[in-house]
Design a protein around this ligand. Structure first.
Ligand code: X8Z
Ligand code: ZN
Length: 595
């Protein structure tokens, strides 16, 4: 007869295996039930938010009420004490769970911290305040010489007008909205901090940084490092712009700090339209094609890489173009992409006009949309349908925007004549005035301001002073006139109000973008990174898909290393612009540097 002999060790192993299985089953059952309810409530909230953002009617509160109700229901569920307790209990036994389960449970806790029902009144107040702030921001009637103007109109003045008085009027008009938003921002700052503090975070900035697995101070260190690495180039661009713009506006004096109203963007975050590259007049070509063409062209570009067509519902349900003149309502004037049901319903909200800025933005938004579509697959749980991190989500479309502007691509599309000779240094300068100039704004001004706002409880009477102090320090920029504490110029920036304490996502996304582009150009296309043509290349599509496919279910640092062979680093970005340094140094010879 056979004797069954089980040693003590084996018995313990067997028992622990059983234990593990039981734990995993319990976690699975809980996650499954949670996910179903989450997806349902998320969809209702997204639909209500969508309506609140595409149609803002003064005096009509029906959308606001519906949005508040949907968001309160979502908060009551995601922040419920039962869910927090159950998730924490399960996580106690982390070692007995799969990595994917741990990730999902952590996502549940992250969502809970924004809405803890241990402080239900605070959460309710915050939800109400957020809806009101959005309405004030996007319902705002910008006025120029007594007449209503859209932000698109203000932007086109800042790109094209040569009369400095008119520029100043347009710039000042764009900042008026900040005054109206200031008290709401103070209130929101306090409420956002209080909600996440109830679940143990120091402040709202720390909470958002934790999504990257980072501490607040680590994130700020990273931001400062990025700034330092790009500073030598930024100094050259800053000097160049001061002198060139003084010439352009016929000013005898070259100011030490760039006057904000001299720059072609409301926040001085993108100066690229200062430079015209001979032979490439994209604005002119795009104007002739019309707004719809830009969206369709961006879609064609993604399709050429092997991505599917956008679903029919995208075109039926999106809000892609500006509200018609004289319409009795307004809409959110900032571009965004929406994953309505965490599955197939994907949309974008834009105000596309036929110009190169919107051409780029259209590619950016479709990057989000294709990311949504790619990770909405059976292998990625609903709770992990996000970017490898938030910056990756921003990087995809910006990468495609960069690729869609390079000369070989434009030639293939017949947007420029192949015979035209173009000046490569001018092209690179134009790109630097977009991508490099953005870094001190994003990693410096915006991130430092939001850090101080949330983590240092910045005094409301110092909001504007701090904003311009940072702007002088990082961007080397000053307002046209002294602006007192009644203004809140920071609040004129959309994200300060409705995408709080996350702007470093964009700085990181540009760093990642250049890492990805460098890899694609050199290792997949075998082309010079300055002159690529991604169009029609299925291997590029497969590479991007392989990043998008797992959503948030892996570790972003591992993913970056695996895909590019590098850790997060500004190396690729700095190298890309290296040829410009020499040129700018020559141009700036004898000029006074003030940064
Ligand atoms: O906000 C955006 C996107 C939102 S999906 C259009 N961006 C930043 C900004 O406009 O400030 C893209 C780059 C910077
Ligand atoms: Zn984006």
């Amino acid at each position: 007869m056979k004797k069954l002999f089980i040693s003590g060790v084996a018995l313990a192993l067997l028992w622990s295996c059983e234990n593990k299985k039981a734990n995993q089953q319990e976690a699975d059952a809980y996650i499954k039930e949670y996910s179903q309810q989450f997806q349902k409530l998320y969809t209702l909230s997204a639909e209500a938010e969508w309506n609140s953002n595409i149609r803002i009617v003064e005096g009509d509160s029906s959308n606001a009420i519906a949005t508040r109700q949907a968001n309160e229901a979502m908060a009551a569920f995601t922040g419920s004490e039962e869910n927090i307790k159950k998730t924490r209990d399960l996580l106690e036994d982390k070692n007995n769970l799969t990595d994917l389960q741990v990730k999902q449970l952590e996502a549940i806790l992250f969502a809970a911290a924004n809405n803890p029902q241990t402080v239900p009144e605070v959460v309710k107040k915050r939800i109400k305040a957020e809806t009101e702030q959005t309405e004030k921001l996007f319902g705002f009637d910008f006025k120029l010489s007594g007449k209503s103007v859209s932000t698109n109109q203000i932007d086109s003045i800042l790109r094209e007008e040569r009369n400095l008085d008119k520029r100043q009027q347009a710039w000042e008009a764009s900042k008026e909205v900040g005054k109206v938003l200031k008290s709401g921002l103070v209130n929101l700052r306090n409420l956002r901090n209080e909600t996440v503090q109830a679940l143990g975070y120091d402040d709202y900035f720390s909470y958002q940084a934790s999504d990257y697995g980072m501490q607040r101070a680590e994130m700020m260190d990273l931001m400062r490092r990025i700034n330092q690495e790009l500073l030598p180039l930024y100094r050259e661009l800053h000097t160049y712009a001061r002198y060139e713009l003084a010439k352009k506006y016929k000013q005898p004096q070259v100011p030490d700090l760039l006057p904000a109203h001299w720059l072609p963007n409301r926040w001085g975050q993108d100066w690229s339209s200062i430079v015209a590259v001979e032979g490439i007049n994209l604005d002119q070509v795009l104007r002739a094609k019309g707004p719809e063409w830009q969206v369709q062209q961006a879609e064609r570009f993604y399709q050429s890489l092997g991505f599917p067509a956008l679903p029919k519902s995208f075109y039926e349900k999106s809000s892609l173009y500006p509200v018609p003149a004289g319409a009795p309502y307004k809409k959110n004037n900032h571009a965004s992409a929406w994953h309505m049901d965490l599955d197939k319903d994907v949309r974008s909200l834009m105000s596309v006009e036929p110009n190169s800025e919107w051409y780029e933005t259209t590619h950016h938004e479709l990057g989000h949309v294709y990311y949504f579509m790619t990770y909405s697959n059976p292998e990625v749980p609903v709770l992990l349908r996000g970017g490898a991190n938030r910056a990756f989500h921003e990087a995809m479309g910006s990468l495609m925007g960069l690729a869609a502007m390079q000369k070989p691509f434009l030639v293939q599309l017949n947007l420029i004549n192949p015979a035209t000779k173009t000046d490569e240094v001018q092209s690179l300068l134009k790109e630097a005035l977009n991508y490099v100039v953005f870094i001190p704004f994003a990693s410096g001004v915006m991130s430092e301001f939001e850090h101080d706002l949330y983590a240092k409880n910045l005094d409301p009477k110092d909001f504007n002073q701090r904003w311009w102090e940072l702007s002088a320090q990082y961007q080397g920029m000053a307002p046209p006139t002294q602006r007192g504490p009644e203004f809140a110029d920071a609040a004129s920036k959309t994200h300060i109000n409705d995408d709080p304490a996350q702007y470093y996502d964009y700085a990181l996304s540009y760093i990642i973008l250049f890492q990805l582009h460098d890899h694609i150009a050199k290792n997949i296309l075998k082309q010079d990174p300055h002159a690529t043509n991604y169009y029609g290349n299925k291997a590029v599509g497969q590479f991007l898909t392989s990043i998008m496919y797992p959503g948030e279910s892996g570790d972003w640092r591992k993913m970056l290393k695996e895909k590019t062979g590098e850790d997060l680093s500004a190396r690729a970005m700095v190298a890309y612009f290296e040829p410009l340094m020499q040129y700018l140094k020559v141009q700036n010879k004898g000029r006074k540097y003030t940064m």
